[in-house]
Design a protein around this ligand. Structure first.
Ligand code: SF4
Ligand code: FES
Length: 379
């Protein structure tokens, strides 16, 4: 079955957040502030059943993610199941701790692709951002083994005030490590990044320089390296189609089996999320109130409702609209047509101009940080 109904195409991707456990503590992590504990994680058989349902539903890609997915003892079994079902598997990993020890076995059972995070090029800076000493040599050894096995490698670098000067060096690093693709992904401010926004917000001039650097490198490295660029929302003219549009392309299954339309959806109060323990993936995709809440364009208010971009960006990000406008149905304030856009840009400029960036509030299991949230944060 490739579609739930003719009017509702199947999702193309499943983000399987296998665990929230992670050796790194990145201050921009997109996981929720309240991280799931190991004792509440889905077991192997349930994940295998979910993957079987995903394949039946028409999903093509499975992103094995976390946290750090190789922290799961059963990561090889889960990856083998993806291969047996014909699902393209992408391991989203930090490449540290036990990741390298499991890599050959993952390759042997049919892993298709590796996406490795890099926090910076300069080791001390990278390890400060990720909150883990000795991470950098482990990452480089991991990358070397990925390419030695002939697996396609993508490097993912989340860009912010603390590493934006390293964008040219990150491009050189991707070439040196034999990556086929580099994601220069300016921070998206939800999850832990929202808490750390004042520490992470780069200056507009630095953002513009990083974009020019990427554009120049794309020309220079044509045929060798593909560079994806995610521009920072707060300085954008139009928002991105978050998650490809709500309930249109992606399903996100959390470590405890909750199925979300995007990774920050739990921040929106009043949404009813269904669990894989209770319903099939196909039923959740078609009927879950959370997926139906902002699917399509019916829910939109002005200016989105009558905008000719409404089926391009689907009104931007619902979670960001809630965080910044206090209303998940509002136009994403990243959009220049939002009445709040000027305020959001002014906020970004003020934060990026702070002489000294605040300390990071590192991601940690065991509860949200005991700090005041920045202005505009939901209570
Ligand atoms: Fe997109 Fe809405 Fe802005 Fe139009 S008004 S560009 S639909 S966010
Ligand atoms: Fe939820 Fe963008 S993160 S819609």
């Amino acid at each position: 079955m490739n579609a739930v109904t003719p009017a509702l195409p199947a999702p193309i991707g499943l983000l399987a957040e296998l665990t929230h456990r992670c050796p790194l503590r990145c201050p921009y992590c997109s996981n929720p502030l309240e991280l799931d504990r190991r004792s509440a994680e889905l077991d192997t058989a349930t994940w295998q059943r979910v993957l079987t349902e995903a394949a039946g539903l028409g999903v093509l890609h499975v992103h094995l993610s976390g946290g750090e997915p190789t922290a799961r003892q059963d990561i090889v079994d889960i990856t083998r199941t993806c291969a047996e079902l014909g699902l393209y598997s992408n391991l989203i990993t930090s490449g540290v701790a036990g990741a390298l020890d499991k890599l050959d076995a993952l390759y042997e059972v049919g892993l298709d692709h590796v996406q490795l995070s890099v926090q910076a090029v300069e080791a001390a800076n990278a390890e400060r951002i990720g909150g883990l000493k000795n991470a950098q040599p482990q990452k480089f050894a991991f990358a070397e083994r990925v390419t030695a096995l002939g697996l396609p490698l993508t490097l993912n670098a989340v860009i912010h005030r603390g590493n934006i000067a390293e964008v040219p060096a990150l491009i050189d690093l991707a070439v040196r490590l034999g990556a086929k693709r580099l994601e220069v992904a300016h921070t998206q401010y939800y999850g832990w990044a929202y808490v750390n926004r004042a520490a992470l917000m780069p200056a507009k001039a630095d953002v513009d320089r990083s974009i020019r650097t990427v554009e120049e490198a794309r020309e220079r490295l044509k045929g060798q390296l593909v560079i994806d660029l995610v521009v920072p929302d707060y300085y954008a003219k139009y928002p991105k189609a978050c998650a490809g549009g709500w309930g249109r392309r992606l399903m996100n299954v959390t470590p405890t089996g909750k199925v979300l339309p995007c990774h920050a959806a739990e921040t929106i109060p009043g949404l009813d999320f269904w669990y894989v323990q209770d319903r099939s993936l196909s039923e959740i995709w078609a009927e879950s109130p959370a997926f139906r809440a902002y699917r399509g364009t019916e829910w939109m208010q002005e200016p989105c409702r009558s905008c000719d971009r409404r089926e391009k960006d689907w009104g931007g990000c619902r979670c960001q609209a809630l965080a910044l406008a206090g209303d998940a149905k509002a136009t994403d304030p990243a959009c220049s047509l939002s009445p709040l856009h000027g305020k959001v840009q002014a906020l970004a400029i003020a934060e990026s101009a702070l002489e000294t960036a605040p300390d990071y509030q590192y991601r940690t299991i065991g509860g949200a940080p005991r700090v005041a949230l920045p202005e505009g944060a939901p209570a």
